[in-house]
Design a protein around this ligand. Structure first.
Ligand SMILES: O=C(O)CCC(=O)C(=O)O
Length: 298
């Protein structure tokens, strides 16, 4: 069974790691392009009203949260990781789109940058990315939205959805990938490094779904909510300029369409939980999010 925590395998330093899912076409109607959520203007305008909004809707976007130099520095750090500038970084940190399996090794360093799907567990290897995860502004807002004075970084990823070949990320709940007790407050922070637009695969969320509990996930085009179980009427897009951030609850249904454009759509995704939460097992997680013993079909 697929799990986010097991999507990469440890490989020797010289062996690239590929996404376990290949590009699949999917019905276009699974994503609606009718409704747009606009973010609030900057950290300075964040108030308790926005905390209430987040609790009610399960998401909140803030524009211009990071400065252009902060974003440029994070991108430079990411590119150095992809280029293999630090030989001590395990190859499993960088994961390529499955469709590049046959052409990656013959590609130039520059071309390879546009074949990466994901990076993960990079903060301990790249200080320019650690700076983002530890940013006081970020930690303050995360703490207020989570309702804790001590947020703990649970997972760090970069999601690059490469131009032309970046596959869809089907609708899902992030908690379905995390071995954490149900009820754990989880917050995802999705930070745009390029402009994320409807056309190149910006985030889509379904407001209020975080209040409806966990839903069963199926292994289909990914570890995902069944297409037939989706409420197609509640989709809201969250386009962001570079430096904008989307905060979303670990139970909020969300996903992104494929990037069929010639534009990059690179983002960082960081998850935080209150410090001191113990981990559960994959079995415990699957008893909630998996299908076994439940009368469900897809
Ligand atoms: O950046 C994206 O395409 C969204 C990915 C996502 O939702 C996830 O990996 O949990």
């Amino acid at each position: 069974m697929a799990t986010k925590q097991a999507t990469t395998t440890v490989a020797p330093a010289d062996e690239p790691v590929f996404d376990r899912y290949i590009w699949h076409e999917y019905p276009e109607y699974l994503f609606s392009f009718d409704n747009i959520a606009s973010g609030i203007e900057g950290y300075a305008s964040f108030t308790e009203d926005h905390v209430r909004y987040y609790r009610e809707t399960g998401f909140l976007a803030i524009n211009d949260f990071f400065t252009a130099p902060e974003i440029a520095s994070a991108l430079a750090g990411l590119m150095d990781l992809i280029d293999g500038k630090n030989p001590d970084v395990p190859s499993a940190v960088v994961q390529y789109e499955a469709s590049t399996r046959d052409c990656l090794s013959a590609s130039s360093l520059e071309a390879r940058r546009d074949m990466v799907r994901k990076l993960q567990n990079y903060v301990d290897h790249e200080p320019r990315l650690r700076v983002i995860a530890d940013h006081p502004r970020l930690r303050e807002v995360v703490g207020r939205l989570l309702g804790t004075t001590e947020p703990e970084l649970f997972q760090d990823q970069a999601l690059l959805k490469p131009r032309g070949i970046g596959r869809e990320k089907p609708w899902h709940q992030d908690h379905a990938f995390f071995n954490l007790p149900l009820g754990t407050p989880i917050i995802g922070c999705w930070i745009a490094l390029d402009e994320a637009r409807p056309e190149n695969g910006c985030m889509h969320v379904k407001p209020g779904t975080h209040k409806e509990g966990p839903v069963v996930h199926f292994e289909r085009r990914d570890w995902q909510i069944c297409d037939e179980h989706l409420d197609l009427t509640r989709d809201v897009m969250v386009p962001l300029k570079p430096g904008g951030i989307l905060f979303f609850n670990g139970l909020t249904h969300h996903g992104t369409p494929a990037n069929r454009t010639a534009e990059r759509r690179r983002a960082l995704q960081l998850h935080y939980i209150p410090a001191g939460i113990s981990r559960t097992s994959t079995e415990a997680r699957m008893s909630i999010f998996g299908t076994e013993g439940k009368d469900v079909t897809c």
